[in-house]
Ligand binder design. Structure first.
Ligand SMILES: *Cc1c(COP(=O)(O)O)cnc(C)c1O
Length: 358
């Protein structure tokens, strides 16, 4: 069986975790601070604040830029549900826009249309989906023109870049996830990054029950802290991230070169992509057929995602607009195939053969 994702944890992580356990200081402390410092440096930003998950990091980033009850936030119709949920946790209201059929990322022109129509919109929350950076030239221009906050969901895009500038450094704040299927992992975990002292200060308060001074609570905060055990793993994984991403890119290059089938559309082959997923589109309504073939051959796959976010039944009471032209087609076509760094050349060939035979 070739799995769709495999976290790569080795002896370095085992030794680092054992050290933390021996120290007895397993909650947030020295390792968390080191991880924050190194992650900020990696992204090219001033501050990084470690959180308990990507979801809590995203909520903290939104709270940090000031999203509060009733605030509207433009975002993509197509992402993992955490993107929209984070807005809702803050009392905000997502305003969904359609995606580009090539990049699977939100359409900048549609973001601008929404901002033009409704001057009360406070922010844009973009997602660099599957590891491909959004069109930051356009999006930064729009955020500036309409004077709204910009938040990046980088949960699938650690190390992705545009012209040498890493994602997470473009917006007012950004969030990363370290769930085991992501480009690097800490088990569960997340990170907020920002260049703003004020936002960093707010996030540090919210993450720790609204305290600056112990037991003096200035705002109603949360316990969204990361543990030293997770941070020790994160420090090791961060050192390996560049090699993980290089392996993902090499695997993608192999697929681009070898997959040859009219019934399949491959993802965009762009620089700066970190291929969290390698997501193909299956034409002619044949996805079920291909799924059956992959199952027979023992090849793991993923359908990210079968539904748009606005049509999820958890949001039924919100009565979001339901129709998004590209999303509604693409959700019926997408299929992600194994791309993770642990794949062997032999396994890649086996996947290619199956797809070309189809
Ligand atoms: C994984 C993911 C999240 C949430 O991260 P968790 O660490 O699982 O909470 C948020 N947004 C996107 C796009 C994701 O893929």
């Amino acid at each position: 069986m070739i799995s769709i994702a495999r976290p790569l944890l080795g002896e370095e992580e085992q030794v680092a975790v054992a050290k933390v356990i021996e120290s007895g200081l397993i909650a947030s402390g020295k390792e968390v601070h080191s991880f924050e410092g190194e992650f900020a440096e990696y992204c090219g930003v001033k501050h990084a604040i470690a959180a308990s998950s990507g979801t809590t990091a995203l909520e903290l980033a939104l709270r940090g830029v000031g999203i509060s009850p009733g605030d509207k936030v433009v975002t993509t119709s197509y992402s993992f549900i955490a993107t929209a949920n984070a807005i809702i946790y803050c009392g905000g209201i997502p305003v969904f826009v359609d995606i580009e059929d090539k990049s699977f990322n939100l359409i900048p022109e549609q973001v601008e249309n929404e901002l033009k129509k409704d001057a009360s919109i406070k922010a844009i929350l973009i997602v660099h989906l599957f590891g491909q950076p959004c069109d930051m030239n356009k999006i930064l221009g729009i955020a500036k023109k309409y004077n709204v906050k910009l938040i990046e969901d980088c949960a699938q895009a650690h190390g992705a870049e545009i012209a040498g500038r890493r994602v997470g450094s473009f917006g007012d704040a950004a969030a990363f996830s370290f769930y085991p299927t992501k480009n690097m992992t800490t088990g569960e975990g997340g990170m907020v990054v920002t260049n703003s002292d004020r936002i960093a200060d707010k996030v540090k308060m919210y993450i720790n029950h609204g305290m600056r001074t112990r037991y003096y609570h200035e705002v109603i905060g949360y316990n969204y802290r990361m543990t030293n055990i997770a941070a020790a793993i994160g420090l090791c994984q961060l050192k390996k991230l560049e090699s993980f991403n290089a392996a993902r890119r090499k695997n993608a290059a192999f697929y681009f070169e070898k997959i040859n089938n009219d019934k399949l559309i491959l993802p965009e082959n762009v620089e700066g992509h970190v291929y969290h997923q390698f997501t193909i589109r299956v034409l002619e309504n044949k996805r079920d057929e291909l799924v059956k073939l992959l199952e027979e051959k023992g090849i793991g796959y993923g359908i990210f995602y079968p539904l748009s976010m606005p049509e999820q039944s958890c949001y039924r009471e919100y009565h979001f607009k339901q129709e998004y032209e590209n999303t509604d087609l693409i959700k019926t076509q997408v299929l992600s195939i194994p791309i993770h760094p642990a794949l062997t050349r032999e396994e890649l060939r086996y996947v290619v053969d199956a797809l070309n035979l189809f």
